[in-house]
Write a new protein. Sequence first.
Length: 289
Amino acid sequence: MSVTHAAVKTSHAELAIAQTSGKGLPVLLIHGNSSCKEVFRKQLDSELGDVYRMIAIDLPGHGESGDAVDPERSYSIVGYADVVVEALAQLGIERAAVYGWSLGGHVAIELLPRFPGVVGIMISSAPPVGRSPQEIQAGFNPSPHIGLAGKADLSPEEVEIFVRATTGEPVDEIERQAIVRTDGRARALMFASLFAGEASDERELAVNASVPVAIVNGADDPLVNIDYVSGLPYRNLWDSHCYALRGGGHAPFLRAPEAFNKILSQFLADMAKRSAQPRAGKASGTAAA
């Protein structure tokens, strides 16, 4: 298995991508706020990469991708979803499974009505919330550090607080450098657009999704209200329950990779079977009424 790197041009920015040599179902990995594609190295470098075409991208303003040409257009959950749709078209991908972590999980949910080729999504640390401030806050635990996620300029001390809140201990140096590199406007504009109600009603999309939705959180996530996430009445919840991994924190794929990759492997095997089935008419992000 090998991981190759390339650049994809979109109208939002030039994106840096990494993809594995697997020939199976394409699997898109979307990172979190102020992170980068390398945070998924324990998945890209695993045996899963031998089987599936795993693709990790740096969102605009993150990692090795360029900053957004038009920050107001791109630095939001909706904007990032549009970026992903463009990138998939450039890569010639018509069907894919999607895994999103934190911000990336919100983007994955936003893809449901935007990319008909989604065969299933898995999300971590991304509570599907409504559009009002009260509905958004219900999905998260009270934290004195939550405001850092929307702060343009972070001091060195705030970077240390942020990296520990998002990826835990010991500090992941790749994640630390990713936070430092991130265009601060990406944090500020995304946060502002979210609380302005500019994203879709994620709760509605996730609960009524016509494709399988897998939920894999860290049992000890300091930021996300796990009880809220597991209490939603999903109509198409993969494996019929939400997973909560011990020691997973806010980044279970990084902190509990063995347990996480086992679940991911099972999910992708199911999605590959689903992808092999012919599509009946146009796919939709939500089930028909």
